[in-house]
Design a protein around this ligand. Sequence first.
Ligand code: EZ4
Ligand code: CO
Length: 412
Amino acid sequence: MIIERAEVVVTSPSRNFVTLRLVTDDGIVGLGDATLNGRELAVVAYLRDHVVPLLRGRDAHRIEDTWQFLYRGGYWRRGPVTMAAIAAVDMALWDIKARAAGMPLYQLLGGASREGLLAYGHASGSDLSELFDSVRAHLEQGFRAIRVQTGVPGLNAIYGIASQAAAAGGGEERYDHEPARRGALPMQEDWDTRAYLRHLPGVFEAVRNEFGPELPLLHDGHHRMTPLQAAKLGKELEPYDLFWLEDCTPAENQEALRLVRRHTTTPLAIGEVFNTVWDFKDLIREQLIDYVRGAVTHMGGITPLKKTMEYAALYQIRSGFHGPTDISPVGMAAQMHLGLAIHNFGIQEYMKHSARTDEVFRQSFRWRDGLLHPGDEPGLGVELDLDEAGRYPYEQAYLPFNRLADGTVHDW
Ligand code: EZ4
Ligand code: CO
């Protein structure tokens, strides 16, 4: 089975998505997600100029060999652009192989290890009453695990708060906030870690008092604390029994997590910006994390993320794959199949895509009783409607950035 055609499809139904579409000589179509939020066109160029010409004529069945060829053969390894491009090829080849086999992909990965995937949604509010309403709305939608983000007194615009972004989002109805805003320049947000640290433990105390001890609660620190600040927060959140504290420090300096670990038993999740198993290697071996936040789309595909999870399993570390709306329906499907198959699945982040996105990408996944399931269509279970995709051309969009009160740029 030979790859006959390869094309890169850019579409922007509510937000930008980059999809690789491979067609074999016997007419099987495979899809791969290559979306890199805010830097999409760099991956488009990498694929179109440097990868597509290498794919035509290759045996579509040779997934491992093609992955190694693109990773080692490029000489310049790793990095988000390269690995998103390789991820798209890997996903599309798995899609093709599973379609050729007439099976949903999870069957080729070893079959289902569970009925469905526990998924968490994003509750947020600028104050407690808005936050409680948001938590209740998520419970009504069936969520059995909830991420809690809240406004901080004195700060106007911060990461993760739905109402602000909805206001900036131009009126289109969205399930959740969309941090990447369309426009020629990125938006500026504010940050003050001491104000955040004073405020957050009280928020979790209030949420526990309102919703009880059982509900799994998560929180994203979004790379903004120093190691000592993260250690202090982890310790202060212990009474509220978090499922995890995510990205407590920026992960370029991985030694920071040793310090955090010495002070707190709050579980840690990290790695949504990681690209390879090498980024996770020391954190896994030293048991400095509890959850692998890698996404199939940004970790080079299903093949390397499955290997990473097998390594993590030696240390009882589980998956928590990154699942914001900037992972396309193709990338989400790929990680649902992987999550269903591996033994050490932990939780799946789930933000609903917009209705417009769902018209462009027709999907077969199910969402029932708080659990996701990728469905039983052959392959990934996603069809890309090229006519619909063509109606939404690329639009420039940037993620926001942070400044402190004195004007210093801070991690966003
Ligand atoms: O900010 O996906 O846990 N989720 C997150 C996301 C990221 C965006 C960046 O593209 O941190 O909301
Ligand atoms: Co995050």
